[in-house]
Ligand binder design. Structure first.
Ligand SMILES: [Zn+2]
Length: 413
């Protein structure tokens, strides 16, 4: 069906929200998982000015509310996206606008103090806010667990910046404090996020929402398990990490946090048409737990055995034709409601990212720099995707696949 240009921003808004975590550790979970939300973007117009604060008075469910921020994109139908001062992106449709103006005050994020106040007002009183250098962690689970997550996330971000800087990709610290919401239990996670995510929330264990710019997950090990844990934070982390379910917990945090960080450090722009194999490839690159480390994760990029074995099975059992080119051309393999196809695609994008990072770091960075320039809500057709990839990695697909298979095959020896 052809979409009117005026409706494009509205349609793309609905589609381009979540980058959910793919559960990789249990067969039951793999079958449960259906990826129905994905990244697609259509054409939109201009960017807002960094040197003006935009104000909009809106009719929100019968109430008159004035919001301020900066306009990120606008389409010909008058729909626009307002970035608020906490980094939240709000779609505004002309029918809801009562009044709109701007002044020449420079856009500035809320101070940490103001943001904390707003979060306290937004969440019930059972939720505490734990602050780290880059994060505001809002959680009703134990302080020990939230602190462990905070340490892990900080370590990831520092390693992320250092890794890409060493490869010649200068990234930046996030403009906004990053918000991570951790629910103490699964039931509350589902109840409180189903309006935001829809019915598919029961099929995911965590997500990063590109509109709210938040990561949301639940305490996978359960609040009740921590009641009796005492001692220093390191003792508590050791206790937590001695449990088998921690592998899944670590992968979940790190995968979603890598998404959030990659969209806040200048690597990608939110709602820009970056090929999914790249954004998911980056997230999967970091998700491997390290049980030799007290924090369960260490900064060096490791072989992800689960993804690697899945990729081998995909190649041996299904004998796909040009699996790398397939993901370069289209995001569709990530969108099938067949969990096996989705997991094969995740295994392939992990393998590709690991391979390019290890063997062609300079080219990978060159390609990532191109993608980092993409603007929100601007379309990206198949020819352009292919052309951009080939302009960096070449167009000899036989040779590309042979080298890729050889190097990824070596990882299993
Ligand atoms: Zn993801």
């Amino acid at each position: 069906m052809k979409v009117n240009r005026e409706e494009r921003i509205v349609k793309s808004w609905k589609n381009a929200r979540y980058l959910p975590f793919i559960i990789i550790y249990s067969l039951t979970a793999m079958k449960r998982f259906l990826l129905t939300l994905f990244l697609t973007c259509y054409a939109v117009l201009a960017l807002g000015s960094a040197f003006a604060l935009d104000y909009v008075t809106l009719n929100e469910k019968g109430k008159k509310i004035t919001r301020d921020g900066r306009i990120i994109s606008r389409d010909t139908g008058g729909n626009f996206v307002l970035e608020e001062r906490d980094g939240f992106w709000r779609l505004i449709q002309p029918k809801d606008v009562i009044e709109q103006w701007s002044d020449d005050v420079e856009f500035e994020p809320y101070t940490r103090k103001d943001l904390k106040k707003r979060l306290q007002a937004e969440f019930p009183k059972e939720f505490r806010i734990i602050e780290t250098k880059r994060y505001m962690i809002v959680s009703d689970t134990t302080v020990a667990y939230a602190t462990w997550c905070g340490n892990l996330l900080e370590q990831l971000d520092t390693a992320f910046l250092e890794h890409w800087q060493a490869k010649g990709f200068e990234l930046s610290e996030p403009e906004f404090p990053l918000v991570a919401v951790i629910f103490a239990d699964y039931g509350n996670f589902v109840r409180c996020t189903q309006d935001e995510v829809g019915s598919s929330v029961t099929k995911i264990s965590a997500f990063y929402n590109q509109h709210s710019n938040r990561i949301v997950f639940y305490d996978l090990t359960g609040r009740e398990n921590y009641g009796g844990i005492r001692g220093s934070i390191n003792q508590r982390i050791r206790e937590i990490m001695s449990r088998p379910e921690s592998a899944k917990a670590v992968s979940t945090f790190v995968h979603e946090a890598a998404h959030q960080f990659s969209f806040n450090c200048g690597m990608f722009r939110r709602c820009a048409a970056c090929p999914l194999w790249v954004s998911e490839g980056i997230a999967t690159l970091y998700e491997t737990p390290d049980f030799n480390s007290v924090k369960a994760w260490s900064s060096n990029i490791k072989v992800n055995r689960t993804r690697l074995e899945r990729f081998y099975r995909y190649i041996i059992e299904r004998n796909p034709q040009e699996p790398m080119k397939k993901l370069v051309l289209s995001d569709e393999p990530f969108q099938f409601t067949n969990g096996d196809t989705v997991l094969d695609s995740y295994a392939t994008c992990w393998s590709m990212m690991y391979y390019f990072n290890a063997k062609h770091g300079d080219k990978l960075v060159e390609y990532l720099k191109i993608l980092s320039q993409k603007k929100p809500h601007v379309s990206y057709d198949v020819e352009a995707r292919l052309r951009e990839f080939e302009s960096v990695f070449g167009d000899g697909w036989d040779r590309l696949h042979r080298a890729f298979y050889y190097e990824v095959g070596e990882l299993g020896r």
